[in-house]
Design a binder for this molecule. Structure first.
Ligand SMILES: NC(=O)c1ccc[n+]([C@@H]2O[C@H](COP(=O)([O-])OP(=O)(O)OC[C@H]3O[C@@H](n4cnc5c(N)ncnc54)[C@H](O)[C@@H]3O)[C@@H](O)[C@H]2O)c1
Ligand SMILES: [Fe+2]
Length: 384
C-alpha cells in the first residue's frame, strides 16, 4: 500500500539554528507577525527573534495575545492585527499554543472564514509563509498539519487539519527549552511520548513514519527524566527537542489514537494542560489498547532494550507499558482530583466527552476499536 509522508518545508536544528533562520525568513516577505505569549517576552526569547529579524532587515509586528491554550477568540484578534499591521508572513514562537495560533491565524487571513468554520474540513488554500520556533519539547506542532483551537461556544477543542498547516520552516534551537519549569517539561515530554507510541501502534502506521516514532521513543526514554531532574542539562534538552520533532513527524503521518482522542475533551472542559491530560490518561488507555497491538508494543520493548530473551510477545508488550507507567510516575503527574477537577461535574459530562472524543476521529485509529462504553469506562477509571 502506498503512503504519503510529509514534513515541514525546511528544518533547521541544533545550536545556532535561530541565527541561521534569518537567511530564510528574509525570503518569506516584508513584514512578519510574531505570534507568541507574554512569557516569551519576559524570558527574552522574543528579543532573540526580533534581533535576528532586524539583522536580516525584516520588519515585524508582535501579537502576544496567546494566553493559555488557544481559543477562537485569540485567533480572531490575531487575524485582525495581521491585517491592520500589513503583515505578509507569520512566525510562531513558544510552545504548541502560539505555534497552533500562528497556523490558525494563517488559515483565517488566507481563507476569509472564521476558524470554527474549518471544523470537519481540510485546510488546503495557500497560506502566507509560516515559521515555527518551538520552546517546549512536546507538541511537535512545528512538524504537523494540525492546529487545535477551542471553540468557546461549544466547549470543544477542535482538531483542524490540512496540508497548508505544515510550517514552511521549523527552527529547533536548544537555546529555548532550558527555561521550561518541571511541570511543563513533564507534561510536554509525555505529550511527545504519546505522539510516538500512538503513531507506532496506530492502524495508519507505515515503515517510514515508524522510524521516526521509534527514534523518538528511544530518545525520550533516555532523556526525559534527565531534563526533568536537571533543567540545565543541555544535552538532555537538545535530545528532547529532537525527540519532540521526530514524534511530531511520526504522528503527522500515522495519526494519534485513543489517548489524544480522550485528552482533548478533558482539556476543553476543565482546562487541564494538553500534555498533563495525556499523562493522566496514558496508563489506562495503554491497558485498553495493548490487546489489539501486542506485537507493536513488544517491538517497542525490543527497540528500547527492555525485551529479554525468552519473553513472550505478551510479556514484551507488558514490560514496555510498565516502563511507560513508571516513567510517568517518576515525573509526578497530577491526578484529576489533584488538579482540582470536581468529580461529580466530571461524571455528569462523561457522556459528552465520550461523544466528542469519538467525533474527533482519533480513537478509531486504535487497533482495538473502542466503543463509547469502553471510553466511558476509561474516564471513570481515572478516579479509581
Ligand atoms: N498542532 C499539533 O500538532 C499539536 C500537537 C499536540 C498538542 N498541541 C496543542 O498544543 C498546545 C499545548 O502546547 P504546549 O504543551 O507546548 O504548551 P503551551 O504552549 O500552552 O505552554 C505552556 C506554558 O509553558 C510556558 N513556556 C513555553 N515554553 C517555555 C520555556 N521555554 N520556558 C518557560 N516557560 C515556557 C508557556 O508560556 C505556557 O505558560 C495545546 O493547545 C495542544 O492541544 C498541538
Ligand atoms: Fe499532543
Amino acid at each position: 500500500m502506498a503512503n504519503l509522508f510529509s514534513v515541514p518545508g525546511r528544518i533547521l536544528s541544533g545550536e545556532g539554528a535561530l541565527e541561521m533562520s534569518g537567511l530564510y525568513l528574509k525570503t518569506f516577505g516584508k513584514k512578519a507577525l510574531i505570534v507568541t505569549d507574554e512569557m516569551m517576552e519576559k524570558l527574552g526569547n522574543l528579543k532573540r527573534v526580533t534581533d535576528v529579524l532586524e539583522q536580516a532587515g525584516v520588519a515585524y509586528a508582535v501579537y502576544t495575545g496567546v494566553s493559555g491554550e488557544p481559543t477562537d477568540e485569540m485567533i480572531e484578534k490575531g487575524a485582525v492585527q495581521y491585517k491592520a499591521d500589513g503583515c505578509d508572513f507569520l512566525i510562531g514562537l513558544g510552545g504548541g499554543s502560539p505555534i497552533d495560533s500562528m497556523k490558525a491565524i494563517g488559515a483565517v487571513v488566507s481563507g476569509g472564514k472564521n476558524i470554527a468554520e474549518y471544523m470537519g474540513g481540510i485546510i488546503d488554500q495557500k497560506l502566507p509563509p509560516t515559521a515555527a520556533i518551538p520552546t517546549t519539547a512536546g507538541t511537535g506542532s512545528e512538524a504537523t498539519q494540525f492546529t487545535i483551537i477551542t471553540d468557546t461556544k461549544n466547549n470543544v477543542k477542535m482538531l483542524l487539519k490540512g496540508p497548508s498547516l505544515l510550517p514552511s520552516l521549523a527552527v529547533i534551537d536548544p537555546v529555548f527549552t532550558a527555561t521550561a519549569p518541571q511541570s511543563v517539561t513533564a507534561a510536554t515530554g509525555i505529550d511527545a511520548l504519546c505522539h510516538a507510541v500512538e503513531a507506532f501502534t496506530s492502524l495508519k502506521a507505515f515503515p517510514l513514519a515508524d522510524s521516526f516514532a521509534v527514534s523518538a521513543v528511544k530518545r525520550i526514554f533516555r532523556n526525559l527524566k534527565r531534563a526533568y531532574d536537571k533543567g540545565d542539562d543541555m544535552e538532555a534538552r537538545e535530545q528532547m527537542a529532537l525527540a519532540a520533532l521526530e514524534a511530531g513527524i511520526s504522528f503527522n503521518n500515522s495519526s494519534v489514537t485513543i489517548v489524544h482522542g480522550m485528552s482533548r475533551p478533558i482539556g476543553a472542559l476543565y482546562h487541564v494542560p494538553h500534555g498533563l491530560s495525556n499523562a493522566m490518561l496514558l496508563p489506562e488507555c495503554l491497558k485498553f489498547a495493548v490487546s489489539g497491538a501486542e506485537e507493536r508494543f513488544c517491538e517497542l520493548a525490543r527497540e528500547t532494550g527492555l525485551y529479554e530473551d525468552g519473553m513472550t510477545v505478551q510479556q514484551g508488550a507488558q514490560v514496555f507499558i510498565s516502563a511507560v507507567c513508571d516513567l510517568c510516575a517518576s515525573l509526578n503527574v497530577q491526578t484529576l482530583a489533584e488538579f482540582g477537577v470536581d468529580k461529580e461535574d466530571f461524571f455528569q459530562n462523561i457522556s459528552k466527552m465520550a461523544d466528542d472524543a469519538i467525533a474527533s476521529g482519533s480513537p478509531a485509529n486504535t487497533r482495538r476499536q473502542p466503543t463509547k462504553e469502553n471510553i466511558i469506562a476509561i474516564y471513570e477509571a481515572l478516579w479509581k
